[in-house]
Write a protein that binds this ligand. Structure first.
Ligand SMILES: Cc1cc2nc3c(=O)[nH]c(=O)nc-3n(C[C@H](O)[C@H](O)[C@H](O)COP(=O)(O)OP(=O)(O)OC[C@H]3O[C@@H](n4cnc5c(N)ncnc54)[C@H](O)[C@@H]3O)c2cc1C
Length: 455
């Protein structure tokens, strides 16, 4: 089969590339290959009753399938160059922001209308934070919520399905340079395309390493972020979340000078398992529909680790820490903050005594046996710092789930068109190591589609 363009991966990067190609060049023959299932077949068996924790499905429906890792996400589209990726370093700050606003417009036109756009512009919390040595980053954030995010994906798929060939449950094994384009090899067939866009996301990180090695595309190893997911009564952060929805706050620890930051805040949300290549870590999301909201807010506290020579495997380091928590807890460990600072593990009875109901069924345990001291000290210091702007954060019953790891793909060498050293081969989204978010990944898809369409 011959195509003008083959897109590998149907996450936000791949979807927006396909969408934009069809906007400008509907005559192009485009195929999307996706290792995971179609959207309506995506299903995570964890129901909190019969299946309480990750059973390691062959294809993880949280991470793979139409919608990518974003399908059951909180659908927070952060419109900012301050975090979420470094796309602006390649295409410029103005262009990056314009593309993120464009993506927002498409989402609104496909079911997201009526959702709220929050903004840090002019907020009094910036002053409150700085007075307590905390730094609130600037952003506008569109919160679609897990439910509306799903509707938007359904509508975009409905628009694309007759225009683009979708191959679900079809992992691409390799991409090779061929005369006039690329050969895309799958289990049962070989496909040819003139141009190829790879948008393999975080779950495709190991595969991307192979592709880059085989095609001699230079890469540089990246960082890993390690920490915990904090869960507390929604009222503790309500003054911040009501106005900003998500607040990205950075703190520099006094003890080590390390930066600790809040990440992925989910007001009235739920904590969930995440399975990356068989390693169970923790994440969170929340619904727009009040009927599906909980009484808790969750967010991650993360510390970035960059390693210098001779150590290169930052993801391996994060994986080892996550494996340790999986080994001790059979999955994710949960600990009350009060237990952590008293140097004792949380037990099922201490958890039952707590004045908070956890939204994830995790194993009560001791995070100090898992997290390196420096990282744990930083997290504890940040919790006390946050307690000054959101009193109650450092309460005994605040829950810490571990570990949360943000694996970053190695950064692939691409030019300002996001094209590799091979003409017509583009690497975009989280798989490129350049983006780490829905809005940046989507914007990168629009950028390459316009490049291919010549607009
Ligand atoms: C639970 C959760 C909540 C999140 N919440 C948010 C949020 O609120 N806001 C935010 O900005 N970000 C959030 N994120 C991160 C966000 O989902 C990602 O940044 C975004 O999805 C990246 O898009 P992408 O297209 O680059 O990659 P992905 O969405 O990861 O998609 C890549 C796709 O490629 C497929 N693939 C990989 N390798 C192959 C192969 N060899 N052949 C065929 N297909 C392949 C995968 O199956 C996958 O479907 C969340 C992530 C998770 C897991």
């Amino acid at each position: 089969m011959n195509y003008d363009v083959i897109i590998v991966g149907a996450g936000p990067g791949g979807i927006f590339a396909a969408y934009e190609l069809m906007q400008h060049k509907p005559e192009l023959k485009v195929a999307v290959f996706e290792a995971g299932h179609a959207l309506n077949k995506r299903y995570c068996p964890i129901d909190g009753e019969k299946v309480k924790s990750c059973i390691g499905c062959k294809s993880c429906s949280i991470m793979s399938g139409f919608g990518g890792a974003g399908a059951f996400s909180d659908g927070k589209y952060n419109i900012t160059n301050d975090f979420g990726g470094t796309l602006y370093e390649y295409i410029g700050k103005k262009q990056a922001l314009e593309l993120m606003h464009y993506v927002d417009k498409i989402n609104l036109a496909h079911g997201g209308e009526g959702t709220k756009l929050y903004s840090t512009a002019g907020t009094r919390f910036k002053t409150l934070c700085i007075q307590n040595d905390l730094h609130l980053l600037d952003a506008a954030v569109r919160h679609l919520g897990t439910d509306i995010n799903y509707v938007v994906l359904e509508n975009i798929y409905a628009y694309l399905q007759d225009k683009v060939d979708f191959y679900f449950d079809t992992p691409v094994y390799s991409v090779a340079v061929a005369e006039g384009g690329y050969q895309v090899l799958c289990k049962d067939a070989n496909y040819f395309c003139k141009k190829c866009i790879i948008s393999a996301g975080r779950i495709g990180s190991k595969w991307m390493e192979t592709v880059c090695r085989e095609l001699e595309i230079p890469t540089k190893s990246n960082r890993v972020d390690i920490g915990v997911r904090v869960e507390l009564p929604a009222t503790v952060f309500a003054h911040l979340t009501d106005e900003l929805y998500e607040s990205k706050i950075v703190y520099r620890t006094k003890q080590y000078g390390d930066k600790v930051r809040t990440f992925c805040m989910n007001p009235k949300g739920a904590v969930v398992n995440e399975n990356t290549n068989g390693i169970i870590t923790v994440n969170g999301h929340s619904y727009e529909d009040p009927a599906r909201q909980t009484e808790n807010t969750n967010f991650a506290l993360l510390v970035s680790k960059n390693f210098s020579e001779p150590f290169k495997d930052s993801n391996g380091y994060g994986e080892s820490i996550a494996r340790l928590s999986n080994m001790l807890g059979g999955g994710v460990i949960v600990q009350r903050f009060g237990d952590l600072i008293r140097g004792r593990r949380s037990t099922p009875s201490r958890m039952q005594d707590a004045f908070i109901t956890p939204t994830l069924n995790a194993t009560p345990g001791d995070l100090s046996l898992v997290l390196p001291k420096r990282i744990l000290d930083g997290i504890i210091e940040m919790i006390y710092a946050l307690d000054k702007v959101a009193p109650g954060t450092a309460n005994d019953d605040t829950l810490l789930y571990g570990v949360e790891v943000k694996f970053y793909n190695m950064e692939v060498e691409v030019d300002e068109r996001l094209q590799t050293r091979h003409p017509g081969l583009y690497i975009i989204g989280d798989g490129s190591g350049i983006t780490h978010s829905l809005s940046h990944a989507s914007a990168s898809g629009v950028h390459v589609a316009r490049d291919i369409a010549g607009v």
